[in-house]
Design a protein around this ligand. Sequence first.
Ligand code: DGY
Length: 329
Amino acid sequence: MPDVLVTRRMVDAAMSALDGLGEVLGEVLGEVEVYEGPPTAMPRPDLLRRASGVSGLVTVLTERVDAELLDAAGPGLRIVANHAVGVDNIDIPECTRRGVLVTNTPDVLTEATADLAWALILACVRRVAEGDRFLRARTPWIWDPRMMLGQDLHGRVLGIVGCGRIGQATARRALGFGMRVVYHNSRPLPEEIAAPLGARHVGFDELLASSDVVSVHCPLTPDTRHLFGASAFRKMKASAVLVNTARGPVVDEAALAVALREGEIFGAGLDVFEREPEVTAELLDLDSVTIVPHLGSATVGTREAMGLRAVQNLAAGLAGGRPRDLLNP
Ligand code: DGY
């Protein structure tokens, strides 16, 4: 009887699918333990204790799946089904070495995340959140030709750092705003993908110097940690905005706060944070920063699709099959 630990309750549709898993597997499912957070993630000692002896783990991005957790789970663990597309929380080589399958939830959150990147782009260039705060503070005002001026998008350049599925979906939306697209990837996109986007592959420094909006969509790896630090900000236009819907540590938040304060860039929109869920205090005081609490995939439909996909992957792994979103090489 496989036991399963779910480290954060998913939306109802996914929880119902999990309840029906026994039927899908053709065997009685053992205990399914579900952690009921937020506001906090499952404390690590609890996670290690509750994982003991399970066959399947459904994790979210706050759970570090490493040798310690795999040791705690023991040799019966067959699959870690991550409820996210990003898997920087999981040591995949270690899982592979131990024969533990790892899956994620790609594709289903692409459009929702690209929409949120655009919500932040628009909020930053047109100072939407700042205007909202201004009015809520009951600030006296009158229409004024010089008031709260933002930046234009039409005819400007969007720079995509990491032009995978979400980066491409973000780039596609730029065409509707009359923008041109440049991107930086480890490898140029195939022509049949780049051409309809009118997207030009450029070096990182050229992207920084030529973009009016820089949108981050690369995974977090040792190479991308603090990719955006003091020297990157110095190369950007003073009128440019930076938007990050990927992973927080790609941006050095202390350096970002300095760059914003010194006018090296115009604004920043952040969905993710370097030390999530903490937000660097200096950023909270800056009107040029728009922040939301990691909402990239947070729509009703997308969270349902993610949860169902995680449960399908879990079922396949527990049944001894090959899950659709298998990540082990
Ligand atoms: C992911 O899937 O990696 C997001 O960050 C959470 O939806």
